[in-house]
Design a binder for this molecule. Structure first.
Ligand code: HPA
Length: 236
């Protein structure tokens, strides 16, 4: 076990698919994996290990925000010898070029966060995806004719704020959308020499206020789950 995950060594697969929400992890495990076992429920942050078309895969939550994904991804990489983490999440679009349900493959994440600098001495406001997962996600989307936009996004520490404008770092790096985790995942993976990618579905378009409903979130999730599982089959 690690500080925040009670699975035994060997109970977590080399590839972890990581939504923010523990109940999404449960939904994925129950509907897409076989021979599923709940391997950790510490703090109700569920981790399940099972098989998809015979390959062992773990699905487990990151929680919300940089500190939370920073903790879970670090423990997975260092205590459980995980090679690849693919985040599966939602984002708000900054541009009306994107529509709700559009699916993004995060090439880079820009952030005002000091996480990468203070944790690992990594300077710079923009971090790239790490390793082969990003390219395999693009290949898999092509194979299944799933529309996917490769883009730079903004990882923010803030969900509620008084100024609805686009923050300077997002303008500087031409970020198409905002979420709250990818930058920390990429920082940990860069420091540790691991693979990390993020697939996001646009859940709201900030300039217009368009949003997907709670029911529709499940449909959006299915497309990302399928893409991430089929990609996982190609990973070592
Ligand atoms: N901000 C941050 N994260 C998000 C948003 C948002 O507007 N929408 C979905 N995830």
């Amino acid at each position: 076990m690690s500080v925040h995950i009670k699975a035994k060594k060997g109970e977590i697969a080399k590839t972890v698919l990581q939504p923010g929400d523990p109940l999404r992890a449960k939904y994925m495990a129950e509907n897409f994996l076989e021979d599923v076992k709940l391997v950790s429920d510490t703090r109700n942050i569920f981790y399940f290990t099972g098989t998809y078309r015979g390959k062992e895969i773990t699905v487990g939550a990151s929680g919300m925000g940089i500190p939370s994904i920073g903790i879970y991804s670090y423990e997975l990489f260092t205590e459980y010898e995980v090679d690849t983490i693919i985040r599966i999440g939602t984002c708000g679009a900054y541009t009306t070029d994107l529509k709700v349900f559009d699916m993004l493959n995060v090439e880079s994440a820009a952030s005002e966060s000091t996480y990468a600098k203070f944790a690992w001495g990594i300077e710079g406001e923009v971090l790239k995806h790490q390793g082969s997962a990003y390219g395999l996600i693009n290949d898999t989307a092509k194979e299944y004719s799933l529309p996917l936009v490769s883009t730079t996004i903004h990882t923010s520490d803030i969900f509620y704020h008084k100024d609805p404008g686009i923050p300077a770092v997002a303008t500087k790096y031409n970020c198409s959308a905002v979420e709250m985790e990818a930058f920390a995942l990429f920082a940990n993976a860069q420091h540790l020499g691991k693979n990390a990618a993020a697939i996001l579905t646009v859940s709201d378009v900030i300039p217009t206020g368009d949003q997907i409903s709670a029911d529709e979130r499940e449909k959006a999730l299915k497309q990302m789950i399928q893409l991430s599982l089929e990609t996982a089959l190609k990973l070592p």
